[in-house]
Design a protein around this ligand. Structure first.
Ligand SMILES: *Cc1c(COP(=O)(O)O)cnc(C)c1O
Length: 441
């Protein structure tokens, strides 16, 4: 219109760099191959008179590959049906008890408590450790906000510990300095929440040694690391308590849910009471402490049983997907992956890549948008807690005096589709498009 055309004109009168158009009869495949070859994100659809009748976006007609969608086995329906047939819809029931027993076995812990979310599990962990108003709680800075929110619920004060440049989990040097500082000031924390980021175990040997030497109890936020292992034991066996999540995007799911595990029966018993409104042992309804409605339902535990039976397969597949990405992207200079320390085996919940900005010109978000145009869902890495508006006032201990690792990771990284239902061909499609986009940049 700037060039003098009106809405009644045919699109053909537009100059050289005109948008690419197709006839109304064009098939989906024709449109896709045209957009792929011309490297455009949308097409104008014209009728026989050359008038615009539609605009088709490539992202609408490409087959979508999502970041980490649920992947059901065949078994969930059996357990759910059993619960419905027996009218064990609510409250607790056989699926729930069996799910807890099997989960505890799987993660090599004496006790498991199934809950409505991983966040609820972390909250109860803090409650049973008696974390309260004004208490300090150390927590990994590079994580999802759910690691930190429960600390706020209790009006306790999170202290943020930076990440390690190799494996992206809690930095041991930063933790060591913070502990020494707080020991000297007489302000040691009431608890330490350590996250196993993207399914990769933190350096638990060193972290446990430090925490024990200062007498600080450790809670593992193992929401992302179910099925991973560290020194030949399941992830989530080092701290006094550990929390798992069965949210829809995690390695296995109950649609929404979580669990708290421990070897300490007293802590799990207290957590169980707090998860069911804190009812005292009495015939009548009597309550002596603030509590919650956090219990998992018997129906959802049925989904959990089906999912638990395929956990090992899911871990194997996530690791295959990670290896295939690594292989397919090996020609690109300037991409690195989250490290796996010698003693550990991650579940590779998400395959995440970090760009070297000296070698790759594109910002990860440019890549994210281009990938989205092609029906491929990628996501930024977690935004570190010290960069969150909610956390700006909090103390933060960087990895070293000259190096903040978490913010650098955040600005350089991209999470790739990692769902276990992906075929090798799907992974190659993601990697191929990524290579193509990076080559342009
Ligand atoms: C998903 C997640 C949680 C919370 O689990 P929900 O079940 O969604 O409440 C906590 N911490 C981390 C690191 C997570 O990724």
């Amino acid at each position: 219109m700037l060039a003098g055309a009106s809405l009644d004109n045919s699109v053909n009168i537009l100059p050289e760099q005109a948008p690419i158009s197709v006839k109304q009869e064009a098939s989906r495949d024709e449109m896709l191959s045209l957009m792929r070859s011309k490297k455009v994100a949308s097409l104008l659809v014209l009728n026989d008179e050359g008038e615009l009748v539609d605009v088709v976006d490539r992202s609408e007609i490409e087959d979508q590959i999502l970041l980490s969608p649920p992947h059901l086995s065949q078994l969930e329906i059996t357990y759910i049906k059993q619960a419905l047939d027996d009218n064990w819809v609510a409250p607790a029931g056989p699926n729930l008890l069996r799910f807890e027993t099997e989960l505890a076995q799987k993660v090599d812990r004496s006790h498991a408590l199934a809950l409505s979310s991983g966040s609820g599990a972390l909250h109860l962990a803090l409650r049973v450790l008696d974390v309260g108003p004004g208490d300090r709680v150390y927590v990994s800075d590079m994580t999802f906000i759910a690691s930190v929110q429960p600390i706020f619920y209790e009006q306790a004060i999170p202290v943020l510990i930076d990440a390690d440049p190799e494996h992206w989990n809690m930095s041991v040097p930063a933790l060591e300095r913070q502990l020494a500082k707080d020991h000297a000031a007489g302000t040691l924390p009431k608890a330490l929440v350590v996250v196993h980021l993207y399914g990769q175990s933190a350096d638990m040997g060193a972290i446990m040694q430090l925490a024990e030497s200062y007498g600080v109890p450790v809670v593992e936020d193992a929401a992302e690391s179910l099925g991973a292992s560290y020194r030949n034991r399941p992830s989530g066996t080092d701290g006094v308590l550990a929390a798992y999540s069965f949210n829809g995007n995690k390695i296995i799911t109950t649609s929404g849910g979580g669990a708290l595990v421990s070897d300490r029966q007293d802590l799990i018993d207290h957590a169980r009471k707090l998860s069911t409104q804190g009812r005292d042992t009495a015939e009548h309804y009597q309550h002596s402490e603030v509590a919650y409605n956090y219990r998992m339902s018997n129906i959802l535990a049925g989904i959990g049983l089906g999912q638990l039976s395929v956990l090992d397969d899911r871990v194997r597949r996530r690791r295959e997907i990670f290896d295939l990405y690594k292989q397919e992207l090996s020609d690109i200079d300037g991409i690195t992956f989250q490290g796996e320390p010698p003693d550990s085996r991650g579940n590779r919940w998400l395959s995440v890549i970090a760009f070297d900005p000296d070698k790759i010109a594109y910002h990860p978000y440019t890549v994210l948008r281009r990938m989205r145009e092609r029906g491929l869902e990628t996501r930024p890495a977690w935004k570190p807690m010290h960069m969150q508006p909610l956390c700006r006032h909090l103390e933060f201990m960087p990895h070293s005096d000259i190096d903040t690792v978490s913010s650098s990771l955040f600005l350089r990284s991209l999470c790739l589709p990692s769902g276990t239902a992906m075929t090798d061909e799907d992974v190659r499609r993601v990697a191929g498009n990524l290579c193509e986009i990076l080559a342009e940049g």
